[in-house]
Design a protein around this ligand. Structure first.
Ligand SMILES: NC(=O)c1ccc[n+]([C@@H]2O[C@H](COP(=O)([O-])OP(=O)(O)OC[C@H]3O[C@@H](n4cnc5c(N)ncnc54)[C@H](O)[C@@H]3O)[C@@H](O)[C@H]2O)c1
Length: 459
């Protein structure tokens, strides 16, 4: 084992990693942590997976990996069999045993729309208690800009009695994965962004990540700049989605199809219009505008565009419900006597991740108006939040459509794009309404008595 990561010349550091002489503790074995652990093991590291969830740790040590990320479960099993991976709940011991600590625990948004870093602070305290001279710590979480250099550094220094940059390395290296493609993203698709609290920290982590990430490393001048780059990616998308949503509303009013207009506009190289939709979910985009706004408000900086965009996107589930209600009224459906179906619970297509999904808000609103409601998702078999709402999750599109009067597509699953919508619609009562909240269908051939509306769809 090597406990002087911060001291080693770059070539030696890379060699030690490749030869399996560097031990990495990954804190938080979730959507990010598990693929991250595999990426580092593929580069040569030994990994201690650290989590406070005892059941998860036991399952991992039995060879069962709770993840849908392609390639990850199989790899963990193989690395475990080869003796280079173990999972533990000993959060302080793992820090003592590891040279590099990567922290990938949840960072949340509180009810008050402020950053909730409780899990991260707890993890950093434990890392600090086991920290040794020459070690390297990386905050892989998404955090408000400045967190690592101020709060993170203070916690680690107070717990360890050591000084960041002089005694141990400290960096922000925010994770950029797309759920469902995480390992591929880390290993091959994106360069890794790394910014330390000083040059030694940046150089040490960048040297190691050059082995892990095929696309190399973007070295930043500070941890704060690295943190900001991650949040700005999300804010860019949120603001552009809001713009698309606003223009989609106009398209509806002037009876043109947003997607047709978008295709034409985007044929000019400076235009990158996004796809509108019935809301933005997940644990990234909906949080980052608030993380950025919190940093701004502490410094008396006003960010009206970012917060307006967020509000537009937060209102989109309600907008999709309004589309459904208006169309239902127009064709003479009495929602209070009808069944409605929500197609899709995941926050986007291709994943079973439903965290902060707009589908919940759509279902909640429709539940108040309709006689009965069901939800379908091809990738989700059970959902506790839906159970608490007393909404059944049905197992096939056909079951969802049967005798429904209103159907709202809330998730862009490929399974939905491939549906024979005309045939399925035969099972609806008449009159009926289908709301396409995700621009899933470009042209539809529906039976008489079924009206098709959608976000950004003209007449
Ligand atoms: N999911 C994404 O798409 C994504 C993408 C990029 C960045 N991120 C960021 O990565 C971080 C992790 O997100 P995630 O989606 O992997 O979270 P997750 O909820 O999937 O997993 C987090 C894991 O951390 C464990 N944990 C909680 N507190 C802990 C502690 N103190 N010590 C050790 N383990 C602890 C939990 O039990 C859980 O297993 C967050 O900051 C998030 O914003 C997530």
């Amino acid at each position: 084992m090597c406990s002087v990561v911060l001291e080693l010349p770059a070539e030696q550091l890379r060699e030690r990693l490749r030869r399996g002489e560097i031990t990495v503790a990954v804190y938080g074995l979730g959507h990010v942590g598990l693929p991250l652990a595999v990426a580092w093991m593929e580069a040569g590291a030994r990994v201690i997976g650290v989590d406070i969830d005892e059941e998860k740790v036991k399952a991992l040590n039995r060879g069962e990996t709770p993840t849908e990320e392609p390639g990850v479960a199989q790899a963990i099993k193989q690395f475990r069999a080869a003796g280079v991976f173990e999972a533990t709940t000993d959060t302080v011991g793992a820090s003592r045993d590891a040279d590099v600590k990567l922290v990938a625990v949840p960072t949340l948004l509180g009810e008050d729309k402020r950053f909730d870093g409780a899990a991260l602070l707890r993890a950093l305290r434990d890392v600090g208690r086991g920290l040794k001279r020459g070690d390297l710590v990386a905050v892989e979480c998404s955090v408000p800009p400045g967190f690592t250099e101020t709060t993170g550094r203070a916690v680690l220094e107070a717990e360890s009695g050591l000084e960041a940059e002089a005694d141990f390395g400290l960096c922000a290296s925010p994770e950029r994965i797309y759920v469902g493609r995480a390992l591929e993203d880390i290993r091959r698709r994106y360069p890794k962004v790394v910014g330390g609290v000083g040059e030694r920290s940046t150089e040490a982590l960048a040297t190691l990540y050059e082995v892990v990430a095929e696309r190399g490393v973007v070295k930043m001048s500070s941890a704060t700049a690295a943190e900001a780059s991650k949040l700005f990616e999300g804010v860019y998308r949120d603001v552009n989605i809001a713009l698309a949503n606003e223009l989609a509303k106009l398209c509806q009013a002037i009876s043109v199809d947003y997607m047709e207009v978008r295709e034409a506009a985007n044929s000019q190289p400076f235009c990158h219009l996004h796809i509108p939709g019935c809301g933005v979910g997940g644990v990234c985009i909906p949080y980052y505008p608030y993380f950025v706004a919190e940093a701004a408000s502490k410094r008396d900086v006003d960010l009206p565009l970012i917060l307006t965009a967020r509000k537009i996107n937060e209102d989109m589930p309600r907008y999709a419900v309004d589309l459904a209600v208006k169309a239902a009224e127009e064709v003479g459906i009495d929602l209070g006597r009808c069944k409605v179906a929500v197609m899709g619970l995941a926050f986007r297509g291709g994943t079973s991740d439903a965290r902060n999904s707009p589908a919940y808000e759509i279902a909640r609103c429709l539940q108040r108006l309709a006689a009965s409601i069901v939800v379908h998702d091809p990738l989700i078999r059970r959902d506790e939040r839906l159970q608490r709402m007393s909404i059944p999750l049905v197992s096939s599109p056909s079951e969802a459509f049967k005798d429904a009067s209103v159907v709202v597509f809330a998730t862009d699953h490929d399974e939905y794009r491939r549906l024979d919508l005309g045939r399925l619609a035969e099972q609806l009562t008449r009159p009926a309404v289908i709301v396409d909240g995700r621009s899933l269908f470009r042209s539809v051939d529906l039976p008489p008595g079924v009206r098709y509306v959608g976000v950004g769809k003209g007449a």
